[in-house]
Design a protein around this ligand. Sequence first.
Ligand code: GLP
Length: 242
Amino acid sequence: MAEVVVVEDEQAAGELVAGSIVSLIRQKPDAVLGLATGSTPLASYRALASRIAAEAIDVRGVRGFALDEYVGLPVGHPESYRAVITREVVEPLGLTPELVRVPNGDPATIEHAGADYEAAITAAGGVDLQILGIGRTGHIGFNEPGSSLASLTRVKTLTEPTRVDNARFFDSPEDVPMHCITQGIGTILRARHLVLLAFGEAKAEAVAAAVEGGVSASQPGSAIQLHPHATVIVDAAAASRL
Ligand code: GLP
């Protein structure tokens, strides 16, 4: 059973997440962070950047693994998750760029990109703290409904609702890639601590299914119930169906 913490707003959630990550880094200067993209974790990254600056925390050894990436965007595309993670996490936090990995969405090497990523996570000793958002469809990472609970990093097809949701980041909806490469649910479950964040009414259904619904591949978020140390941080609106 996941621990559910209801907070006032995203900023309060950000402070909590930043606090957990700061304690982790103080204990383990080469901590391995699991990084999510999307709007949800942004307040946490901002709060963490403030703590790092204010307390002069040495983060040069901190390592990171992003959850997912689009397949086939040109290198340097501003909405590639490589670019997003650089802009929103690596630079503001002052992390060492070479220590932060994002799955490789280059079609030329995609056949072995999943296995390579799994090997890199294993070689790093696994993820200490995994930040997760959740999609309206209940997806975590880009594991859409129907993803095996034992899945590892692999290529997936994005569902239409997710492409529509993510169209806001692109010039037109048709520009949203059809495919992605994402850590699997099995990969995510290997992290030692999961922190799932959700804010707003639009996420209430997905949060209720993840926290209280049956554990099933048709609700990828429900996999957190299988994890021994999962924390769900939500505002009142996202908690409204619990
Ligand atoms: C995106 C990402 C997920 C994210 C989710 C929610 O498509 N691949 O990792 O958690 O959808 O996004 P947001 O936080 O913007 O609502």
